[in-house]
Ligand binder design. Structure first.
Ligand code: ADP
Ligand code: MG
Length: 272
């Protein structure tokens, strides 16, 4: 039987139709190399498939990074654990792999005063989880509450909550900043209840639970929300001086050290 012949001009069209853009880009160079070096057909096919899969995985990761809305600069690599000695780096690194805690829909709670690194640490864990193949959404809590309230008004709350199910982790940044008027509806409680023991949340808040009475419509709901959140949770308290303020004052000291000694009367302004 004679070998089948193909119209090379059609290759591009077929690969396009099959949605194999990487093979479309690479096949001709690899085919030339294969002809020259006498590869087995399976070798050529294998190499092309591997490239298509690798590109797909890379694009998927990029998509997940964009949809997460995470600040690209706030990663574990840029987080300095030495300023938060109460946070175990080993514990954070273990959480950053996902696995068991995400599977049981557990919660991470980060508390501490402004500037202590809660948002940075939350974002860093988010990035690591995306690298590990998970899907993450990072949002200011009040923004998400606003969206869910709009969905409730148009009777779309169940489907809005269902859409959020695609995220293995939702980072609710600054929970205690939910405004009083937003707390009139219970959408935040519904999100917490809906995800309980199924899909994880990471929450940052300046005030631990005692300051949450403004966040939910009534005390009973506040207790019920806290109860669900703490049931399977890891709590980190970043009770440190603001990183920004400390940095600014370190810089100020350094500048002073470099100035002549009689120049110490100027007013000190510490950037925030
Ligand atoms: P919070 O959310 O607790 O108010 P942020 O995470 O926004 O604080 O931190 C304030 C600023 O200081 C950010 O620019 C953050 O990147 C930086 N920062 C805070 N803690 C650290 C840290 N441990 N290592 C590196 N940068 C930090
Ligand atoms: Mg913050």
């Amino acid at each position: 039987m004679s070998a089948p012949t193909y119209d090379i001009g059609r290759m591009g069209l077929m690969l396009n139709e099959l949605r194999l853009p990487t093979i479309g880009r690479l096949w001709s160079d690899f085919a030339q190399r294969s002809d020259k070096e006498g590869w087995q057909a399976s070798q050529l096919l294998g190499v092309l498939f591997e490239h298509e899969l690798a590109e797909r995985a890379k694009r998927r990761l990029e998509r997940h990074r964009v949809e997460s809305q995470l600040d690209p600069t706030k990663t574990l690599a840029t987080f300095d654990f030495s300023v938060v000695p109460m946070v175990s780096k080993a514990h954070v690194m273990a959480l950053a792999t996902g696995d068991a805690w995400l599977e049981k829909g557990a919660t991470i709670l980060l508390f501490g005063p402004p500037g202590g690194g809660k948002s940075h640490l939350g974002s860093a864990i988010g990035h690591a989880l995306i690298d590990a193949g998970y899907r993450v959404l990072c949002t200011r809590t009040s923004d998400l509450v606003q969206k869910l309230q709009a969905a409730r008004k148009s009777l779309q709350l169940p489907s809005a909550l269902a859409k959020l199910d695609r995220f293995d982790l939702i980072i609710l940044d600054d929970l205690s900043y939910v405004r009083k008027d937003q707390a009139e509806t219970s959408v935040l409680f519904e999100l917490i209840a809906e995800r309980y023991e199924r899909k994880s949340l990471l929450i940052t808040a300046n005030q631990p639970f005692s300051g949450w009475h403004n966040v939910f419509p009534d005390p009973g709901m506040t207790v019920a929300a806290i109860d669900r959140l703490v049931h399977h949770s890891t709590i980190f308290e970043l009770n440190v001086e603001s990183y920004r303020r400390r940095n600014a004052s370190d810089k100020q000291k350094e500048r002073r050290r470099q100035l002549p000694t009689d120049d110490h009367n100027g007013a000190t302004t510490i950037a925030n």
